[in-house]
Ligand binder design. Sequence first.
Ligand code: ADP
Ligand code: MG
Length: 328
Amino acid sequence: PRLANQIAAGEVVERPSSVTKELIENAIDAGSQRIEVDIEQGGARLIKVRDDGIGIGEEDLPLALARHATSKIGSLEDLEGVSSLGFRGEALASISSVSRLELISNAEEDPRHGWRVVAEGRGMEARVTPAPHPRGTSVGVRDLFFNTPARRKFLRTEKTEFAHVEEAFRRQALSRYDIAWVLRHNQKVIHQLPAGHSAAARERRIASLLGKNFIEHARYIEREAGGLRLSGWVGLPTHSRSQADQQYFFVNGRVVRDRLVAHAVRQAYRDVLFNGRHPVFVLYLELDPDVVDVNVHPTKHEVRFRDGRMVHDFLYSSLHHCLASAKP
Ligand code: ADP
Ligand code: MG
């Protein structure tokens, strides 16, 4: 199973940011209200995610590290509906096959309880030992790729790896305003984001994640038609170059990179004569889950709309209207 896990790890675990993403998804799935992410040396030394979710009971702790031991697929219908973020049941197994992983969890209210299990490349330590922990889970991943030197070699500089980690964090934090988040790098707080749904709270979060400049030059958009609801911020072009990659589009809460969406946005910008300007935006599209397939690819960044034409036209007209009225 070790080799199988390491092969599987190649698909899930590309670099520290992919580990971070998987651990955060698990924390979200556990119903957490607060998620703290600690990174050391760009994640090459440590990636730690601590949550206050439902936790894992003593008996289930070793299972969480076993391949395909997901608790999240009860049936084929579940798989099709993808009610939760994780559905493969192999992230923790894969990650532990290429790192030193420590899992501490407590599924009870009493913080004196809690259990710990460790796994180090070669295999899991059979012992589950008591370890006090507040209700919730902490997963620490140390020395990523320590036993696969060829992969370790592919890690870039600390700065680059952390930039990827921060980007993974950003996407998740932009998708859940009801969760409080913290990101630290080498013990320094990079983002501290209280939970809150008010317009002011959301704008503060965006300012922290994307910079004050973005929010100061953005327009809020909110529009609903034909079962589609679009909300979020569209950046008005400035001369700032640093914003070039700030394009976030969420479909029913999941970040998505989609041609049809990109095309609709680009066209709206072009037609309002922001010619040659790179669109920047944080947009949320909500629609009936039955008319969108978010499961096209395992990484789930792609979507397929049942009526792509309608979605495209809705996006285009909403953005065109918003941009045209904002034009100086
Ligand atoms: P998946 O998320 O696809 O089920 P993972 O390997 O990521 O597979 O996790 C395996 C299992 O471990 C999960 O199904 C869940 O039961 C448990 N688990 C992992 N992380 C957490 C967490 N932070 N809180 C509660 N349970 C968790
Ligand atoms: Mg998972």
